[in-house]
Design a protein around this ligand. Structure first.
Ligand code: CUK
Ligand code: CUA
Ligand code: CA
Length: 644
């Protein structure tokens, strides 16, 4: 990775020098950079393997260059907002590595086009997709013992109230669940331990907080009586993806955090006023962070203390304040925090949740041991769980942690990241006027939303990088018309001072992401033919089967040919094409496009996929390989003849 010689080159590049001077020089002061001009070393002798983990340069700053041919140290797994997808970037390079279609149609992969992906996305009785839009905000992974285990990742769809699961071995979506009785499914987090059986130290639940309150059921009744609207917190089974239960709350919910001991999930609430218009939603000085006692909720469900709503069979327990007057039996605890708070994040030491004030310049630090005391009936006012409320700057939204006791909060209005010390903030709150809460701050460009640290949402944060997901980028990139790209800015947090190390673009619009050590993810590069019951195992097995007007074409691909040079169907036939890629070589993907039939998809090595369509246009259609695979890629075709 970084070595003295390349640092030398950077320092002699006027553009780079300016960049360093204006943004990062403070963070580099005192390092060997000033002497770089007279030092040389052999690049081959430096730490060339990014896989080995970032090294630390003299002066404490992390090395971050990823030269050609080297791999990143981390997967940065990011939501894609209203693109409906999830993206994977390399970190620290910022290279885009994959776009995973989830709730959206993707003609490159064929997501939303193949029968298999449509079955996951959900179809109406006529076979059309139920939804092909989505809005992803929060990606979180499965945990074992407080650390990512790389098995699964989940993401929310705010638009249609869904949760999707992505396999960690293929980075493909494998299940999508639509939640009943809610709208605006926003916050999402996995659990990290079972609250009832602590021996289960891996993820078995996924929690989802709904942002909008709606009539229950939402079938046309009560639309003019917002006091009758309700908002539910949902728990899904991580394995089956079925909804286990829902809990009704006062107010609505924004983000979700979970405790490392599995006892609590919490969600910040910006609209405890239950307002319908924004003026109403910001009328109160305090909103809340609502805590859910998971074991108690599941005991209530087991005891039959629930209702169901409308057509849904999901048990709904009552977590509203009026139904939970006694803390010793309460399902929920509402901790007052100022004002329209935005994010809530769990500190990696397992002790605190930090709720960002958004309209208040503060972050509220909530001590989980005091939340436990409250639920035991020993604390009285839930506000007593707040042990710090440092004044950080304007528009605090989200907070990451470095594992050394520091927190990093995005300030949306100030366009800054502020680094602050949690223990100092607690001391200050307790009356210590000398406490040095704010350690450092750095400008970002511009208006950061989420910020998150490398491995910062695990028990093992490494304190190396903080990524700021900025919402505005005017002047930062070549102008490309009215729509601007978003800026992702990587900050080295390994030293006392933060150092902004580079910008990369992100197509609108990422919200949250996680930065996962590369060594925790084990992907497969080739499928197994046997995973697909409908696979065609050889050229000899391919062919045409007709059953009335239903025609099944079995095709295989093996570079540079499909097994059938042509196939003939009749106008009006309902045609299914099942394509198996018999190539076993890693990276040897083929595509299949049919002109005028709106069909395009790929098959990865040893994969089988199918499409179904009505052959309603007579003529000759050259089905061709869309994915560059071979010197004879252009020649890789099959002729579909549709007879009148
Ligand atoms: S939200 Cu977008 S910046 Cu949906 Cu997590 Cu805060
Ligand atoms: Cu097969 Cu291109
Ligand atoms: Ca409010």
């Amino acid at each position: 990775m970084s070595d003295r010689k390349s640092e030398d080159t950077k320092m002699n590049d006027p553009g780079r020098r300016k960049f360093l001077e204006t943004t990062a020089l403070a963070g580099l002061a005192g390092t060997s950079f000033g002497l770089a001009g007279c030092m040389k070393s052999d690049p081959a002798s430096s730490n060339g393997s990014a896989q080995a983990g970032p090294g630390t340069a003299a002066g404490g700053q992390t090395q971050y260059e990823v030269p050609p041919g080297k791999l990143d140290d981390y997967y940065l797994i990011s939501s894609g907002g209203h693109s409906g997808e999830v993206r994977i970037y390399g970190c620290p390079s910022g290279r885009t590595i994959k776009r995973i279609p989830v709730f959206n149609i993707d003609p490159m992969v064929g997501w939303g086009i193949t029968n298999e992906s449509k079955a996951i996305m959900g179809t109406l009785p006529d076979g059309q997709l139920k939804y092909w839009t989505g809005d992803t905000h929060h990606v979180h992974g499965s945990y074992t013992d407080g650390n990512y285990d790389g098995e699964y990742f989940w993401v929310n769809d705010k638009l249609h109230g869904r949760v999707a699961r992505i396999r960690g071995d293929t980075f493909e979506t494998d299940k999508i669940t639509e939640l009943p009785n809610i709208q605006g499914q926003h916050g999402l987090f996995t659990d990290k331990r079972d609250p009832v059986n602590p021996d289960i130290n891996h993820t078995t639940r996924v929690f989802a907080g709904a942002e909008f309150h709606i009539p229950l059921p939402n079938d046309g009744r009560d639309f003019d009586s917002p006091d009758k609207y309700g908002c539910l917190f949902s728990c899904l089974d991580a394995n089956t993806m079925e909804v286990r239960w829902q809990c009704q709350v006062d107010g609505n919910m924004d983000l979700v955090a979970t405790s490392y001991d599995g006892k609590y999930a919490a969600s910040n609430q910006y609209n405890t006023e239950n307002g319908v218009h924004y003026e109403e939603m910001m009328s109160a000085e305090h909103d809340a962070c609502v805590f859910f006692d998971i074991a108690r909720i599941e005991a209530a469900v087991a005891a039959g203390n629930f209702i169901t709503i409308g057509d849904s069979k999901v048990p709904v327990v009552d977590g509203r304040k009026s139904a939970n007057p006694d803390p010793r039996t309460a399902l929920t605890c509402y901790v007052p925090v100022p004002k329209n708070p935005h994010g809530v994040n769990a500190s990696p030491d397992g002790k605190y949740f930090v709720c960002s004030g958004k309209l208040s310049p503060t972050c509220s630090v909530i001590d989980l041991s005091l939340v436990e005391k409250w639920f035991a009936g020993e604390l009285g006012d839930p506000r007593n769980t707040v042990v710090a409320e440092p004044n950080l700057g304007l528009g605090p939204l989200h907070t990451g942690f470095d594992g050394r006791g520091n927190a990093y909060t995005t300030l949306f209005l100030d366009s800054k990241i502020v680094k602050w010390n949690v223990d100092a903030a607690i001391a200050e709150f307790a009356g210590d006027k000398d406490a040095k809460v704010i350690v450092d701050s750095v400008d970002v460009h511009y208006q950061p939303g989420h910020g998150y640290t490398s491995m910062g949402e695990t028990k093992n944060p490494d304190g190396k990088f903080f990524n700021s997901g900025n919402k505005f980028s005017k002047d930062r990139f070549l102008p490309v018309g009215p729509l601007h790209v978003e800026t992702e800015q990587l900050i080295d947090i390994s030293g006392e001072k933060m150092a902004l190390i580079h910008d990369h673009t992100a197509y609108p619009e990422p919200h949250d992401a996680i930065i996962v050590s590369a060594n925790l993810i084990k992907t497969r590069q080739v499928y197994d033919l046997d995973e697909f019951p409908d696979a065609t195992k050889s050229e000899q097995d391919s062919g045409i089967e007709r059953n009335g007007n239903r025609v099944h074409i079995r095709l295989v691909s093996r570079a540079p040919a499909y097994s059938l040079r042509e196939f003939t169907v009749k106008k009006g036939d309902i045609v299914t094409i099942t394509l198996t890629n018999l190539d076993k070589v890693e990276d040897l993907t083929h595509g299949f496009g049919i002109p005028k039939y709106n069909i395009s998809f790929i098959v990865n090595p040893q994969e089988t996929k199918s499409v179904t369509f009505t052959a309603d246009k007579p003529g000759v259609y050259w089905c061709y390989c869309t994915h560059f695979c071979h010197a004879l890629h252009l020649e890789m075709r099959s002729r579909m003849i549709v007879q009148e």
